[in-house]
Every structure is written in structure tokens, then in C-alpha cells.
Design a protein around this ligand. Sequence first.
Ligand code: NAP
Ligand code: ZN
Ligand code: ZN
Length: 348
Amino acid sequence: MIPVKGYAAQSPTTDLAPWNFQRRDVGPHDVQFDIQFCGVCHSDLHQIKNDWFPGIFPMVPGHEIVGKVVKVGSAVKKFKVGDLAGTGCLVDSCRHCDNCKDDLEQYCTNGGSYTYNSTEQDHKTPTYGGYSNSIVVHEDFVLHISEKLDLAATAPLLCAGITTYSPLRHWKIGKGHKVAIVGLGGLGHMGVKFAAAFGAEVTVMSTSPSKEKDAKKLGAHHFLVTKDPEQVKAAANSFDFILDTVSAEHDVNMYMSMLKRDGTHCIVGLPSTAIPIQPFTVVGGRKSFAGSSIGGLKETQEMLDYCAEHNIVSDIEMIDIRDITKSFARMEKGDVRYRFVIDIATIK
Ligand code: NAP
Ligand code: ZN
Ligand code: ZN
């Protein structure tokens, strides 16, 4: 077994603290890489707090992981020692269900193996994430990271990036579309960059008027403050597609009033409570309410390659792991510009 240093929550009510654990030895198809940077996703906080379901503790969060390969198994073909590597939310899946066969492992009907707060495909062995200094992953679930991009700013692409790229591609967003991105946080700011890069006319819908300047710098054409009923009314029936990245309870009916006929409101945000929809919201205007989860391995690599080609990375604030509790508190207040990334060298 391989000794690893990490930070873990021992229970939903304790702060993250140093925790040493072991990873499996490198098997024939495994890649081991030393982690250099790990992004801080709002999902980390949801899961530590048991917002979605009772978690597996101790919990080492982190699924926006990048670093350098230090060891490869005898049968590994895609990586060699010294390569840059990344892992997102998935470390394995059943490989044979319809969704896995369609390269959509995130929808594995037999239960995918998530990077932490989950189990390996034996459905027993717990997985531990990227707030740690090394990881062992089957090569099929390791992504190639371009040397051209800033490595720390690339980490958030592994979750925030693919989670916004995938629905925008699925709904074929591009030139001629009016798109709104709701919530300018980690996911939201990547959504703005991709929607703008794909040629859409982009509006940021935010509760924070102070983010307007940043939104425009990120590529948005318009900015709408959702707390102002006049602005919401003026935007009625005007969007083809709304990508909703909000992490907390909010009234989607208000947002959907701004969709055009046949428009789609797609949630990627995962608040812990149910989302009530008034029948008139969807019936009037034949509107759709939809959702999307991260992306499969093939599409994640496609997104990373697209980012390398178009020079797209995340806007980050680097943190010392010892500031993780403070950073979670800031994230809960919507005070992230626009993704915290942990410098894993600060894990001693
Ligand atoms: P984040 O950085 O904290 O951003 C969330 C943003 O939502 C905030 O910056 C804020 O933007 C807005 N917001 C917060 N509370 C709000 C409220 N009550 N009403 C309206 N807007 C509010 O979080 P994130 O890391 O981007 O994650 C966002 C959500 O996506 C989380 O629930 C996370 O678990 C989920 N997620 C889902 C997937 C997936 O596969 N579907 C993947 C990753 C994350 P403004 O200040 O602009 O209003
Ligand atoms: Zn995430
Ligand atoms: Zn499957």
C-alpha cells in the first residue's frame, strides 16, 4: 500500500484536519500521480455537510485534481512517468451498461465510482479525493493535461469546466442563441467562458451586483441582477437556454419566466432541497426543465483539448490547505473569484 497525506473531515460537523491514509499499490492498468493542485468545488462542501445523503467518513474531498505521473502499471499505454495528469469526479464505472458504452460513464446505471465519498467497483472499498498528495487511478479515468496551460488554473476544468461544457454542447449552444448563466461562481464563470467561446450572446444572472465588471471581463455581453424585479420583468421571454449553477434554494419559476417559447432551463446546481415548479411555468410556452451531470471521460478530454486550443482556464485564488475552513465559509457567501485552488505542497 502507498502512504498518503491528506486532509479529511472526520464527521459532518468537524473541520477538515490532517489525516494520513493508504492508497492501493499501482496495478497493471493503474497510474499514480502526485497531486500538485486541487480545486475546491461547492460539491465538496455539500458532501462534507451531508447535504445530499449520509456520507462516508473520514472524507477526503476533492475532484478537480492535477499533478505529475510518478508510476505506471505494466500494462499502461496512455501515460508515462513525468506526464501531466488529471482526474475529475469519476475514478471508475461498470464499463458495460448502455451509458458506459456510450461514453457517458457519469450516468452509469450500475453506480459509477466517484472520486471520494463513494466506493470502488467492488462497492465496498471507500474512495478518497484530491485534498491529498498522491492518487492511484485506472488509466481509463486519467485525463491528459496540456503543458501549454497554467496547471493550477487547469484543475477546476476537471469538474466546473466539464459540468458547464457538457450541457452547452448537448443543447448545441452557439451563434444565434441567447444564453443566461445563473450564479457567477466556480461553475458559472466557466459557463460564461464556454458559452461566449461557442458564439452565444451571454447574460449573467446574479444576486451580486458587484460581479458585473468581472462578468463582462469573462466574456458576458449583459448582466442582470435577479434581486431587481424590474430587470427580471424586462427580460421576460428572451432566452433560448438558461444554465443554472445555483448551489442554494431559489425560485426557478422566476428564472423560467425569462425563457422564450420552447426554451430550456438546465440545472447543474444541486441544492439539497426539492425544486417546486408551477405547472404554468412549463405549460405556458412549452418550456423544458432539465438537468445535466459532469461529463464522460471522452467528453472531458475533448473539453481539456478545446481549452488548450483556445487558451481557456479558470480564474483562481490559490489557497493554503490550512485556510480551507475559511475558504468554505467564503464560498457559502458567494465570495469566490472564481475558484479556490489548493496548493497541495502546503499539505505537510
Ligand atoms: P459556487 O462557486 O459557490 O457558486 C454558486 C453561485 O450561486 C454563487 O457564487 C452565487 O452567485 C449563486 N448563489 C448562491 N446562493 C444563491 C441563492 N440563494 N440564490 C441565487 N443564487 C445563489 O458553487 P459551484 O462550485 O459553482 O457549484 C454550484 C452548484 O453546482 C453546487 O450545488 C454544486 O454542488 C453543483 N455541482 C453540480 C455538478 C453536476 O455535475 N451537476 C458538478 C459540480 C457542481 P451570484 O453571487 O452570482 O448570485
Ligand atoms: Zn465538483
Ligand atoms: Zn455503467
